[in-house]
Design a protein around this ligand. Sequence first.
Ligand SMILES: *[C@@H]1O[C@H](CO)[C@@H](O)[C@H](O)[C@H]1NC(C)=O
Ligand SMILES: *[C@@H]1O[C@H](CO)[C@@H](O)[C@H](O)[C@H]1NC(C)=O
Ligand SMILES: *[C@@H]1O[C@H](CO)[C@@H](O)[C@H](O)[C@H]1NC(C)=O
Ligand SMILES: *[C@@H]1O[C@H](CO)[C@@H](O)[C@H](O)[C@H]1NC(C)=O
Ligand SMILES: *[C@@H]1O[C@H](CO)[C@@H](O)[C@H](O)[C@H]1NC(C)=O
Ligand SMILES: *[C@@H]1O[C@H](CO)[C@@H](O)[C@H](O)[C@H]1NC(C)=O
Ligand SMILES: *[C@@H]1O[C@H](CO)[C@@H](O)[C@H](O)[C@H]1NC(C)=O
Ligand SMILES: *[C@@H]1O[C@H](CO)[C@@H](O)[C@H](O)[C@H]1NC(C)=O
Ligand SMILES: *[C@@H]1O[C@H](CO)[C@@H](O)[C@H](O)[C@H]1NC(C)=O
Ligand SMILES: *[C@@H]1O[C@H](CO)[C@@H](O)[C@H](O)[C@H]1NC(C)=O
Length: 681
Amino acid sequence: MAGRLSLGLLLSALFLSITVCHAAPLEFMKRNSYTFILDNPYGDAIFELGDVSYLANTKHPKAIVSAECEPATSIPITVIKTDVPNISEDILKSVIASYLDVDDVFNYDFLHGLYVSSTVKASLDPTAAEYLASFNTSFVFVDESVSAEGSFSKLTLSSPADLPAGPYLAKLGSNSVSFATVYRLYPDTYRTFLSGAYDTNDGNGSHSPLGVFLPKFWDPMIPVPSRIYYLDDDRPLAGERVAIKDLYDVKGLQTSGGSQAWAYITPVADSNAPSVQQILDLGGVVVGKQKLAQFASGANPWDWQDEHYPFNPRGDGWLTCSASSSGGGCSIAAYDWLDYAIGSDTGSSMRRPAAVSGTYGQRPSQGMISLERVLPLGGATDTAGVFSRDPYKWIKFSKAWYDPSLHQDVSITGLSPLEVPETNAFPKTILYPVDYLPLNNSAAEPILQEFIASMSRIFNMTVEEFNFTATVQNWTDPIASNFTTLTGATSVINRWSAWDVIGRKLVSTWKQLFNGRFPPIDYARRPGWVTFDESVVNQTAYDAALVTKNRGVEWYEANLQYSTPESCSESVLLYDIGTGGLPSFRERELNESPDASYLAVLPETAKITGANICPIFGCADFTVPIGQVPYQSNVTYHEEMVPVTINMVVKRGCDFMLYNMIEKLADEGVLKTVKTGRTAY
Ligand SMILES: *[C@@H]1O[C@H](CO)[C@@H](O)[C@H](O)[C@H]1NC(C)=O
Ligand SMILES: *[C@@H]1O[C@H](CO)[C@@H](O)[C@H](O)[C@H]1NC(C)=O
Ligand SMILES: *[C@@H]1O[C@H](CO)[C@@H](O)[C@H](O)[C@H]1NC(C)=O
Ligand SMILES: *[C@@H]1O[C@H](CO)[C@@H](O)[C@H](O)[C@H]1NC(C)=O
Ligand SMILES: *[C@@H]1O[C@H](CO)[C@@H](O)[C@H](O)[C@H]1NC(C)=O
Ligand SMILES: *[C@@H]1O[C@H](CO)[C@@H](O)[C@H](O)[C@H]1NC(C)=O
Ligand SMILES: *[C@@H]1O[C@H](CO)[C@@H](O)[C@H](O)[C@H]1NC(C)=O
Ligand SMILES: *[C@@H]1O[C@H](CO)[C@@H](O)[C@H](O)[C@H]1NC(C)=O
Ligand SMILES: *[C@@H]1O[C@H](CO)[C@@H](O)[C@H](O)[C@H]1NC(C)=O
Ligand SMILES: *[C@@H]1O[C@H](CO)[C@@H](O)[C@H](O)[C@H]1NC(C)=O
């Protein structure tokens, strides 16, 4: 920036003014100065302040004001809004302190410039001007209501720019000043994302992908906007940063399903999935698309080919992230700068990633939220969930997101209409299934026993040991009591939707494009799709499977988990979808040891895995972290901790009752917010 700037507002002839500025040369400053890095392909600017990287949405700025400015330049600025007449050093100090307190994007480097906007007639006190001089603040924008004198250039805006408070990149040009939203770029050090994304701000509700990565560590960079922008926004999720499993359509972004072949044959999404739209409407900010086991399969880490398997921050850093919402669970365990990750659960894909990352994650009741514009696995078994570290934040998000207007139609679920009462009609019984518990690691079981004791004390519940397998097999209905029939129906549901919507199209298109070749896809789907036989699995079979499923659900809700006048769900059933407190690793051979475990092991005397209970019976199944146990790592050769979690299952529709229960358990200190990093506690 040269010594002289000449600016004049062209907004209104009446208020036309020419400002001659004497801005301090940047070279002498200690405050880290603006360093332009590159224009990204979407026309936005990447810049650095010191060693922190930022993105500024300069193509579609938040606000533009007509002005004349020579020469053109860009400066990081901070917008402050005030309603006090005397803007003193103390006022500025406390505003800045409050910004630093709530935000990780803003820092002192954004005090290169300041924009003081005031609803009342105000002036910048000499103490404030002196304070700004201590930051070498060289440029001050003010509303007409604000007077300011000091050792900075000043530009009075004849009409206030319509901007929330916070950091911006101001671009002074020959005929305008624009204020671009800034995003801090965080490296995705655990490689849980496919790419970052940000609001295009084109008035079209579109998002742009961020194709920037950190070459030193190969990490994609993820843009997060300042939290200050949302301080006056009272929507439930205002400013909350949300990552999305790459199964959901986000307008402007490719939906890959974790497959480059699928990305090759499909266009960028031209609309948001309703479930994503709901997040945006609630004020949430989409920050990127995350990795998943390809097409939401249950592929083990060592079977991933197209994407590189994400890393789990827990323990020795070599633990599994499970599948399929692998990126989501591990990212929430990893990053304080990320608030939520959206995943999906067909057979375990939210609940098991939550278990191995020691975070909160749920499979809601069947039919809870629209999965339109989400790549399916099984139309009547798919569900959508959210990962979080904090039980209160998790509940707040879930209750707002799962709006009744987004419930699925009975034609999709094949079940009775979903009703989700907001109620404290808590269960009376804790069901402890002897065919699934105790936890496999004897050091972990006392943690579960303590949790059970607390729950039974707080809710005056009685613990009932029972045999789940025997109970179901004892039902007099030949269909509902037959696990072979029930799992067969689930398998038809899961295979048909994925083939009908993805497989058939991918295989036939690829064949046509590449001389009869089969598409390059991971092993998890290849054999099933090579031999897919529509004379066996088809729409007729699918429809019949829905009838079978409904029969199972009705028996379950009449005989196992049912409502009473006092309880939405008379019982809460506990089991573990994880490894019972043993480490499970991304490297196959490490799981062979007796002190480690594979995932999804069928307990010796059970007919189905615990994970399969709710996909079959429609119930709500939440993973909650309850503790951690040590193990000696064969990767770090050091003692490490592995999370212990438990699954809480209630009758379909009793989700909000279960949230209220979990909230109470958090109030009582039984459930806690987990930390990011190596250990959850
Ligand atoms: C302001 O600039 C002076 C040199 O002109 C420098 O000594 C001082 O450290 C700078 N202050 C900040 C906060 O950058
Ligand atoms: C503004 O506040 C400062 C510090 O509190 C004080 O010294 C100054 O006199 C005040 N100015 C006016 C005009 O009230
Ligand atoms: C908005 O979207 C429409 C269609 O999706 C497109 O034609 C138009 O160019 C977009 N507008 C902007 C400002 O990008
Ligand atoms: C606890 O539950 C038992 C029945 O299981 C009941 O008899 C007792 O009154 C309850 N106690 C309280 C404090 O609600
Ligand atoms: C549960 O019941 C099944 C079926 O009767 C039986 O085979 C199994 O051994 C029982 N499991 C336990 C742990 O009692
Ligand atoms: C099986 O059903 C019979 C008759 O309803 C009942 O008496 C028995 O307790 C049941 N057994 C199990 C294991 O649920
Ligand atoms: C369950 O159903 C299968 C056919 O789907 C049948 O072969 C099997 O005998 C049934 N099992 C029982 C215990 O009835
Ligand atoms: C659909 O599948 C069923 C078996 O599940 C089979 O009997 C039927 O013939 C199939 N229909 C067609 C049109 O292939
Ligand atoms: C580590 O390796 C030793 C020796 O092979 C084995 O005994 C032990 O179980 C392993 N530990 C874990 C946690 O897998
Ligand atoms: C418990 O852990 C052992 C040792 O890894 C394993 O062989 C067994 O399958 C596990 N059982 C369950 C139910 O996970």
